[in-house]
Design a protein around this ligand. Structure first.
Ligand SMILES: [Mg+2]
Ligand SMILES: [Zn+2]
Length: 176
Protein backbone atom coordinates (compact mmCIF):
# COMPACT_ATOMS: atom_id res chain seq x y z
CA UNK A 1 0.00 0.00 0.00
CA UNK A 2 0.97 3.56 -0.68
CA UNK A 3 0.44 5.88 2.31
CA UNK A 4 -0.34 9.49 1.36
CA UNK A 5 -3.48 9.73 -0.75
CA UNK A 6 -4.19 6.03 -0.25
CA UNK A 7 -4.35 4.93 3.40
CA UNK A 8 -4.76 8.54 4.50
CA UNK A 9 -5.39 11.88 2.81
CA UNK A 10 -2.32 13.38 1.15
CA UNK A 11 -1.51 16.25 3.53
CA UNK A 12 1.75 17.15 1.72
CA UNK A 13 4.86 16.86 3.88
CA UNK A 14 2.81 16.03 6.92
CA UNK A 15 4.96 16.57 10.00
CA UNK A 16 2.33 16.42 12.75
CA UNK A 17 1.32 12.96 13.99
CA UNK A 18 -1.76 14.48 15.63
CA UNK A 19 -3.10 15.39 12.18
CA UNK A 20 -3.16 11.77 10.98
CA UNK A 21 -6.55 10.54 9.88
CA UNK A 22 -7.36 7.33 8.07
CA UNK A 23 -9.33 7.55 4.84
CA UNK A 24 -12.93 6.34 5.21
CA UNK A 25 -13.27 2.64 4.49
CA UNK A 26 -9.58 1.81 4.82
CA UNK A 27 -9.84 0.21 8.26
CA UNK A 28 -12.61 -2.19 7.28
CA UNK A 29 -10.90 -3.07 4.00
CA UNK A 30 -7.56 -3.78 5.69
CA UNK A 31 -9.29 -5.98 8.26
CA UNK A 32 -10.96 -7.88 5.42
CA UNK A 33 -7.68 -8.36 3.57
CA UNK A 34 -5.93 -9.52 6.72
CA UNK A 35 -8.75 -11.98 7.42
CA UNK A 36 -7.96 -13.51 4.02
CA UNK A 37 -4.32 -13.93 4.99
CA UNK A 38 -2.84 -10.83 3.42
CA UNK A 39 0.00 -9.05 5.13
CA UNK A 40 -0.41 -5.26 4.93
CA UNK A 41 2.81 -3.44 4.07
CA UNK A 42 3.07 0.28 3.42
CA UNK A 43 5.76 1.69 1.12
CA UNK A 44 5.95 5.48 1.11
CA UNK A 45 8.09 8.26 -0.37
CA UNK A 46 8.95 10.77 2.38
CA UNK A 47 11.38 13.18 0.79
CA UNK A 48 10.47 15.70 3.49
CA UNK A 49 13.13 13.99 5.61
CA UNK A 50 16.05 14.85 3.33
CA UNK A 51 14.49 18.19 2.42
CA UNK A 52 14.89 18.98 6.12
CA UNK A 53 11.16 19.46 6.75
CA UNK A 54 10.96 16.84 9.50
CA UNK A 55 13.21 14.24 11.13
CA UNK A 56 13.04 10.52 10.56
CA UNK A 57 11.47 10.08 14.00
CA UNK A 58 8.45 12.08 12.84
CA UNK A 59 7.84 9.55 10.07
CA UNK A 60 7.87 6.74 12.62
CA UNK A 61 5.55 8.70 14.93
CA UNK A 62 3.09 9.25 12.07
CA UNK A 63 3.11 5.53 11.32
CA UNK A 64 2.47 4.66 14.95
CA UNK A 65 -0.39 7.14 14.94
CA UNK A 66 -1.83 5.67 11.75
CA UNK A 67 -1.94 2.25 13.39
CA UNK A 68 -3.55 3.74 16.51
CA UNK A 69 -6.23 5.20 14.26
CA UNK A 70 -6.78 1.83 12.60
CA UNK A 71 -6.96 -0.12 15.85
CA UNK A 72 -10.62 0.65 16.61
CA UNK A 73 -11.46 -1.04 13.28
CA UNK A 74 -9.50 -4.12 14.21
CA UNK A 75 -6.97 -3.34 11.52
CA UNK A 76 -3.33 -2.35 11.28
CA UNK A 77 -0.42 -2.04 8.92
CA UNK A 78 2.08 -4.83 9.57
CA UNK A 79 5.14 -2.94 8.39
CA UNK A 80 6.10 0.47 7.06
CA UNK A 81 8.99 1.22 4.73
CA UNK A 82 9.85 4.76 3.72
CA UNK A 83 12.29 6.42 1.35
CA UNK A 84 13.74 9.60 2.93
CA UNK A 85 15.52 10.80 -0.20
CA UNK A 86 14.89 13.70 -2.55
CA UNK A 87 14.29 12.81 -6.22
CA UNK A 88 17.67 14.33 -7.18
CA UNK A 89 19.46 11.78 -5.05
CA UNK A 90 18.50 9.09 -7.55
CA UNK A 91 18.17 6.42 -4.91
CA UNK A 92 16.71 3.01 -5.64
CA UNK A 93 14.10 3.17 -2.90
CA UNK A 94 12.02 6.16 -3.99
CA UNK A 95 9.01 4.87 -5.93
CA UNK A 96 8.90 3.93 -8.77
CA UNK A 97 12.10 2.36 -7.46
CA UNK A 98 11.55 -1.11 -6.12
CA UNK A 99 14.21 -1.43 -3.39
CA UNK A 100 11.80 -1.07 -0.46
CA UNK A 101 9.40 -3.63 -1.92
CA UNK A 102 12.24 -6.09 -2.37
CA UNK A 103 13.42 -5.47 1.19
CA UNK A 104 9.89 -6.04 2.50
CA UNK A 105 9.56 -9.22 0.45
CA UNK A 106 12.82 -10.45 1.95
CA UNK A 107 11.98 -9.38 5.51
CA UNK A 108 8.53 -10.99 5.47
CA UNK A 109 8.95 -13.82 2.93
CA UNK A 110 6.33 -12.23 0.69
CA UNK A 111 5.33 -13.91 -2.57
CA UNK A 112 5.31 -10.89 -4.88
CA UNK A 113 3.45 -12.75 -7.63
CA UNK A 114 0.57 -13.27 -5.18
CA UNK A 115 0.68 -9.69 -3.93
CA UNK A 116 -0.95 -6.43 -4.90
CA UNK A 117 -0.08 -2.74 -4.84
CA UNK A 118 -2.67 -0.06 -4.13
CA UNK A 119 -1.73 3.53 -4.80
CA UNK A 120 -3.06 6.90 -5.90
CA UNK A 121 -0.27 7.95 -8.28
CA UNK A 122 1.61 6.72 -11.33
CA UNK A 123 4.88 5.91 -9.50
CA UNK A 124 2.96 3.49 -7.28
CA UNK A 125 1.64 1.67 -10.31
CA UNK A 126 4.97 1.76 -12.11
CA UNK A 127 6.75 0.20 -9.13
CA UNK A 128 4.07 -2.46 -8.88
CA UNK A 129 4.28 -3.26 -12.57
CA UNK A 130 8.05 -3.66 -12.40
CA UNK A 131 7.63 -6.25 -9.65
CA UNK A 132 4.76 -8.13 -11.26
CA UNK A 133 2.34 -7.08 -8.55
CA UNK A 134 -1.40 -6.83 -9.21
CA UNK A 135 -1.77 -3.05 -9.42
CA UNK A 136 -4.79 -1.13 -8.20
CA UNK A 137 -5.07 2.59 -8.91
CA UNK A 138 -7.20 4.60 -6.52
CA UNK A 139 -6.83 8.27 -7.47
CA UNK A 140 -7.68 10.79 -4.79
CA UNK A 141 -11.00 12.51 -5.39
CA UNK A 142 -10.56 15.33 -7.89
CA UNK A 143 -7.12 14.16 -9.04
CA UNK A 144 -8.18 11.67 -11.70
CA UNK A 145 -7.20 13.83 -14.68
CA UNK A 146 -3.77 14.67 -13.25
CA UNK A 147 -3.11 11.01 -12.56
CA UNK A 148 -4.15 10.16 -16.12
CA UNK A 149 -1.50 12.56 -17.42
CA UNK A 150 1.13 10.98 -15.18
CA UNK A 151 0.23 7.52 -16.38
CA UNK A 152 0.40 8.59 -20.02
CA UNK A 153 3.79 10.30 -19.54
CA UNK A 154 5.22 7.18 -17.96
CA UNK A 155 3.39 4.77 -20.29
CA UNK A 156 2.10 2.76 -17.37
CA UNK A 157 -1.36 1.39 -16.65
CA UNK A 158 -2.84 -0.27 -13.59
CA UNK A 159 -4.52 -3.67 -13.72
CA UNK A 160 -7.64 -2.09 -12.27
CA UNK A 161 -8.84 1.36 -11.36
CA UNK A 162 -11.25 1.85 -8.49
CA UNK A 163 -13.01 4.69 -6.70
CA UNK A 164 -12.78 3.50 -3.09
CA UNK A 165 -10.46 1.54 -0.86
CA UNK A 166 -13.22 -1.00 -0.30
CA UNK A 167 -13.34 -1.59 -4.05
CA UNK A 168 -9.56 -1.99 -4.09
CA UNK A 169 -9.80 -4.75 -1.48
CA UNK A 170 -12.64 -6.41 -3.41
CA UNK A 171 -10.58 -6.37 -6.61
CA UNK A 172 -7.62 -7.95 -4.84
CA UNK A 173 -9.77 -10.69 -3.33
CA UNK A 174 -11.60 -11.31 -6.62
CA UNK A 175 -8.28 -11.87 -8.32
CA UNK A 176 -7.57 -14.60 -5.74
MG1 LIG B 1 0.30 8.67 -2.67
ZN1 LIG C 1 15.26 6.52 -1.38
Amino acid sequence: MDRDGTLMPDLHYLADPAAVEVTVGVGDALRLLRSHGYLVVCVTNQSGVHRGFFPEETVHAIHRRLNERLAPRGAWVDAFYHCPHRPEENCECRKPGTALFLRAADDWSIDLAASAMVGDRAPDIEAGNRLGLFTVLLPEAGHGAAVDRELAERSVAPDVRVASFGSAAAAILARG
